[in-house]
Design a protein around this ligand. Structure first.
Ligand SMILES: [Zn+2]
Length: 89
């Protein structure tokens, strides 16, 4: 029994370590996504305008330069475009 617990602990540590050391393809996030409810495995994306976390299937994505930005609604996308246009002055 003790060996089983030890093995489980080792696997858990390895899993955490692998996750932690995995190369990050995305820019670092400033805010952690909200805790996921059980059974929900969908990736959450943050709207840079209002800060809302939206499931990837419901996010409105837009290519901006080299990065893809995800919004909760067309309203936020328009706001973002407006901010971008204004900041170019
Ligand atoms: Zn939004």
């Amino acid at each position: 029994m003790f060996q089983f617990i030890l093995l489980a602990t080792v696997i858990y540590i390895l899993y955490k370590w692998l996750r932690h050391s995995a190369p990050q393809s995305r820019p670092p996030r400033t805010v952690d996504p909200p805790p996921q409810t059980a059974g929900q495995v969908e990736e959450m994306l943050q709207d840079p305008v209002c800060g809302t976390w939206v499931p990837v299937s419901q996010a409105l994505s837009m290519q901006h330069g080299k990065e893809t930005i995800h919004f909760c609604s067309a309203e936020c996308r328009d706001k973002f475009l407006k901010i971008q246009a204004e900041s170019k002055h």
